[in-house]
Design a protein around this ligand. Structure first.
Ligand SMILES: Nc1ncnc2c1ncn2[C@@H]1O[C@H](COP(=O)(O)OP(=O)(O)OP(=O)(O)O)[C@@H](O)[C@H]1O
Length: 320
């Protein structure tokens, strides 16, 4: 598949007094996956709709490869779209659903079906081509929706919370599948999600949005390891943000903590989780929350030996 870069420059969209997209600039290099991540209402879907051409921006540009597509209608942009409600055609077979896109773009039936079979093979559903979509599980339907978006060989794939209608276990499995699918297909993909674990599991890069703005972006693992502010750290799931003076907090990341070493810190609270226990301990730097595996937790009494590596902690501005 020929993939192309996706770029937006200063995209702006207001709904009345709400600035849903406030100078949103994104770059997804060819063949990479970017997760647009942020809490509910921060403007992720608005940004995606502006890129798809489902909404017109008040200002800013959208580029796909060499083309400026800002004023083009959605069908002229040649994008693949996957939404949370997959909206498959219930009266068509799996093959019919997936061949629909290539057919709509003018491919002859045989060619459309060949492209559809290729796309079904990519998502691991080659064997179910003849089934009715009403006879599929939720996860299989979501794969059909993916195949349908991939079949016309779009330069860029846009996905809006594609896994959010699935149960936790299936979501977990499909995350892995999505990642390897994007790699295999070599497609440029923009994934909208509010789930930081999903972003980290699926995407190469992350752009973090808050109240219409992109507040931090970069390689996914770097953004997670080095949040720029207290708000970003908290949203990304860091538990240990200790108040400091001067409008700052000290982030104590996981890799700053060494267990079984250092001073004995009193254990103040412990709560059982699905994988072990969450402990709150009174360390000299402040109260810390730790997730322990069942095995680690089994050896813990009233105190826990714990060393905090000061050079791995980070001072961040508190913008919450
Ligand atoms: N058509 C619309 N008319 C008026 N306001 C809108 C419209 N669409 C979105 N908004 C507002 O714009 C802001 C951004 O909405 P958007 O749907 O882009 O957020 P989101 O990050 O995708 O949220 P979610 O994760 O809940 O879907 C919100 O305050 C929302 O209420």
């Amino acid at each position: 598949m020929t993939s192309i870069p996706l770029q937006t420059n200063d995209l702006r969209k207001a709904y009345g007094a709400t600035l849903a997209a406030n100078d949103v600039s994104l770059l997804v290099p060819a063949g990479r996956t970017l997760a647009l991540l942020g809490p509910s209402g921060c403007g992720k879907s608005t940004a995606l709709r502006l890129i798809a051409g489902l909404e017109r921006p008040d200002a800013g540009r959208v580029r796909l490869g060499e083309r400026d597509v800002t004023t083009l209608p959605p069908e002229a942009r040649h994008l693949g779209l996957v939404f949370q409600d997959y909206a498959l055609f219930p009266h068509l077979s799996v093959l019919g659903n997936v061949a629909y896109g290539p057919r709509a773009r003018g491919a002859r039936r045989a060619e459309a079906e060949r492209q559809a079979r290729d796309a079904l093979a990519l998502v691991g559903l080659a064997d179910l081509a003849g089934r009715r979509v009403t006879e599929l599980s939720g996860g299989q339907q979501q794969r059909v929706a993916l195949a349908r978006a991939l079949a016309p060989r779009p330069g860029v794939l846009l996905l809006d919370e594609p896994l959010s209608n699935l149960d936790e276990q299936l979501r977990h499995r499909l995350r892995e599948d999505l990642r390897s699918l994007f790699r295999t297909a070599g497609v440029t993909a923009l994934l909208v999600t509010h789930d930081q674990r999903e972003a980290l599991a699926v995407a190469d890069d992350v752009a973090l949005m808050r109240a219409g703005r992109v507040v931090q972006s970069g390689v996914a693992a770097d953004v997670f390891a080095r949040p720029a502010t207290a708000w970003a750290a908290a949203f990304l799931g860091h538990r240990n943000l200790l108040p400091e003076t001067g409008g700052q907090v000290r982030l104590v990341p996981e890799d700053a903590l060494q267990l079984g070493d250092g001073d004995a810190a009193p254990v103040r609270a412990r709560v059982r989780t699905d994988t072990g226990e969450t402990l709150t301990v009174d360390a000299p730097v402040g109260a810390l929350t730790l997730d322990l595996s069942a095995r680690e937790a089994a050896g813990v009494g009233n105190t826990l030996r714990l060393r905090v590596l000061p050079e791995r902690t980070v001072l961040l501005p508190d913008d919450r």
